[in-house]
Design a protein around this ligand. Structure first.
Ligand SMILES: [Zn+2]
Length: 346
């Protein structure tokens, strides 16, 4: 099949609060290979991706407590739409527990030897500007302690539109029915996850070397000159057919099989709400339920599903919110550091 593809950086468009339509959401998975057209620049600062340019972590602590006040750190304190942040707690009472509310849902913070922590994803459609995270605490006797509210700021990330020109055969994959089935599978994959984290530190590349990014996370998509429908749910990494694909971090294989749009896909559950997905594979070599370590072989690069050529579509989601997985290759989102408290500048 001969496929003509062109990737054009249109005028930088800021995509604000895109409507979430079932089929359009499914289109996010559509992937392509070809020339890289990737520049992620902060709209407000003109500097590279806010994950690397973000301000140091912000801290807040409770007052008027009878026990040592817990200190809540939001890291990074300035975070781009589609990026990740860690909430870390140091100090406080021995044996205390904590929960945070994210989009109306309460999530427990995870206990570690260095303190409580959690990681969340900032949706691409998150409102811009200053906001805050409130953490609720209970002491070892399950008595409520004062809440701590820590501020952080969400900033925009300009992401160029990716214009795809695909054959009628490939375009025909994107039917409403395929979209509905894809989203039903996604909902099932997001529905369950292991509470305890299996990883520590940064993630590794799922491919060997430093593969080219052909479409970055969050880029708008226009198929065959159509309107920009939604934003790319993962990162497309250029690779030849049959190249090995590796687990990015320790995990349990939570799902493996064929999806209508993402094609052959492996979903890994890293715990703490963090999943990674590996799509368009030519084959899958792991089974659901199996435990893998970082660097374990899980399949091989292919072009199954809605794809214009061999490549890996790599996703990372946190409690069902997709974020830029590339940030996780350089930035750890785990527990508070033991030697360097997160409240110190870093
Ligand atoms: Zn993709």
């Amino acid at each position: 099949m001969v496929i003509r593809r062109w990737s054009v950086r249109l005028a930088r468009l800021r995509l604000v609060a895109p409507a979430v339509v079932l089929l359009l959401a499914a289109l996010l998975a559509g992937c392509n290979s070809g020339t890289p057209e990737v520049t992620v620049v902060s709209a407000s600062t003109g500097v590279p991706n806010p994950a690397s340019a973000s301000k140091p972590a912000a801290t807040a602590s409770a007052t008027a407590t009878t026990t040592p006040a817990p200190v809540v750190t939001i890291d990074p304190a300035t975070v781009g739409q589609g990026e990740s942040l860690a909430i870390r707690v140091t100090g406080g009472a021995p044996g205390m527990t904590a929960t945070m509310r994210v989009r109306g849902i309460a999530y427990p913070l995870i206990a570690s030897p260095t303190g409580l922590w959690a990681v969340i994803g900032i949706p691409l459609s998150a409102p811009l500007g200053p906001t805050s995270m409130t953490v609720s605490f209970r002491d070892a006797g399950d008595k409520p302690m004062p809440d701590v509210t820590a501020p952080y700021t969400v900033i925009a990330v300009d992401r160029p539109v990716d214009a795809l020109d695909v054959t009628p055969e490939v375009a025909a994959i994107l039917t409403p029915d395929a979209g509905e089935r894809e989203n039903a599978l996604r909902a099932a994959q997001f529905a369950a996850f292991d509470g305890q984290p299996r990883w520590n530190g940064v993630f590794r590349q799922p491919l060997t070397g430093q593969p080219e990014i052909t479409t970055a996370f969050g880029q708008g998509r226009s198929v065959n000159g159509g309107p920009v429908t939604d934003q790319h749910s993962g990162t497309d990494l250029a690779a030849d057919m049959g190249i090995p694909v590796y687990a990015a971090a320790p995990a349990r294989v939570s799902w493996a099989g064929l999806m209508p749009i993402r094609g052959n896909t492996v979903v890994l559950d890293h715990g703490a709400g963090v999943l990674t997905g590996y799509s368009h594979l030519t084959d899958i070599v792991v089974e659901s339920g199996k435990t893998v370590q970082a660097g374990d072989l899980i399949g091989h690069v292919g072009s199954t599903g809605f794809s214009t050529g061999p490549h890996l579509h790599w996703e990372l989601s946190i409690y069902g919110v997709n974020v830029d997985p590339m940030t996780w290759l350089t930035r750890p989102f785990g527990p508070p550091a033991a030697a360097n408290p997160p409240s110190a500048s870093r």
